[in-house]
Write a protein that binds this ligand. Structure first.
Ligand SMILES: Nc1ncnc2c1ncn2[C@@H]1O[C@H](COP(=O)(O)OP(=O)(O)O)[C@@H](O)[C@H]1O
Ligand SMILES: C[C@@](O)(CCOP(=O)(O)O)CC(=O)O
Ligand SMILES: [Mg+2]
Length: 330
């Protein structure tokens, strides 16, 4: 049995635009998905994922049985829900050249699902790491990132960047532009505050929405390129440790994401609550549609303001996690 964990992330800048080759800067945070994998003596895949609920039912998935006794929803929905873990199992079989390996997989996570904090990437990165090790193969973090990207790409219908999976695999703040993925070594202290509306967005759908806007309107394509300009400007601010400038650029980035149609009333309300409490800046993080915003604030004020914001269900601080995927137990 092997247990691996991998962190979630916030986007300082650049989500969505990164799908079209612009740079982005995601930062790993100290909230992890932990995946336990044990090889089975048959070729089945059984998933225990207490956090993954469909219509209020906890998902227990068994690839060998047609009936899903614990769940009263369509099997196709369940299979979509476990797509990331199926993909992780496939990658491990491929890496170990064991096409018929079966796994018992248990997931525990402190990353809210579908909320823009990269739960999918963390689950798939930790899942690939644990499952390959269980089959006796040790991959480097970069190799895990590559395989995790392939899974996200497939589950998100061919629309994914390497940003989430690379960040989760290597940890810290990273810069991703197309296939070029690198760690950012000099990072100022980033006082992240998260606001969570309790909801979620469908990453595949939101990415598809931006894609069609971009195809339809020249100015939407320009908006995507402008997000890339913000990221390049932001990298300069990171190098200079200029938190005020980082905040201003986050505000600008949020405005453009809003224009691309991926914000929501509750995300905007949380962004405004953080801004009015004198945070350096605030923006949605991840795919949007619902879920989380990230603000930069080194006082208690943004957290307090978010607590009293209708639509904000939870608020917490997030520390940069300099560690990526790691083995917890082997
Ligand atoms: N704890 C978990 N257990 C099982 N699957 C999970 C878990 N967390 C996330 N996932 C998978 O990731 C999906 C959410 O990913 P996504 O929509 O990309 O949002 P995000 O990555 O922002 O959290 C879930 O629908 C599920 O398939
Ligand atoms: C919108 C996007 O840029 C980030 C999605 O992040 P999340 O899955 O919502 O945490 C998509 C991608 O990069 O694959
Ligand atoms: Mg995701």
């Amino acid at each position: 049995m092997v247990v691996s964990s991998a962190p979630g992330k916030v986007y300082l800048f650049g989500e969505h635009a990164v799908v079209y080759g612009e740079p982005a800067v995601p930062c790993a945070i100290e909230r992890r998905a932990t995946v336990e994998v044990e090889e089975r003596d048959d070729d089945a895949l059984r998933v225990h994922a207490a956090d993954l609920t469909l219509d209020g039912y906890t998902v227990e998935y068994d690839s060998n049985s047609d009936a899903h006794p614990d769940v009263d929803v369509a099997p196709s929905l369940i299979e979509a829900g476990v797509g990331y873990l199926n993909g992780a199992a496939e990658q491990a079989r491929d890496a170990a050249d064991r096409p018929n390996a079966g796994f018992e997989i248990t997931v525990e996570s402190s990353i809210p699902l579908g909320a823009g904090l990269g739960s999918s990437a963390a689950v798939v990165v930790a899942g690939i790491d644990a499952a390959t090790r269980e089959l006796g193969v040790d991959l480097t973090a970069r190799e895990v990132a590559q395989r995790a990207y392939e899974v996200e790409y497939e589950v998100q219908d061919g629309q994914a960047s390497r940003a989430d999976t690379f960040c989760s695999a290597v940890g810290g703040a990273v810069r991703v532009e197309g296939d070029d993925c690198r760690a950012i070594t000099e990072v100022p202290n980033l006082p992240f505050v998260i606001g969570y509306d309790g909801g979620e967005g469908d990453t595949g759908e939101l990415v598809a929405g931006v894609r069609s806007l971009r195809e339809e309107y020249e100015f939407a394509a320009t908006t995507v390129e402008t997000i890339g300009d913000i990221v390049r400007e932001g990298e300069q601010a990171i190098r200079e440790g200029d938190i005020e400038e980082l905040g201003r650029l986050m505000d600008f980035n949020h405005g453009l994401l809003e224009a691309l149609g991926v914000s929501s009333r509750s995300l905007d309300e949380m962004v405004w609550a953080a801004r009015e409490s004198n945070a350096y800046g605030a923006k949605l993080t991840g795919a949007g549609g619902g879920g989380c915003i990230v603000a930069l604030d080194d006082t208690e004020e943004a957290e307090t303001a978010l607590k009293y914001t209708p639509g904000c269900e939870q608020t917490f601080r997030a520390e940069l996690d300099t560690e990526g995927v790691r083995v917890e137990e082997a």
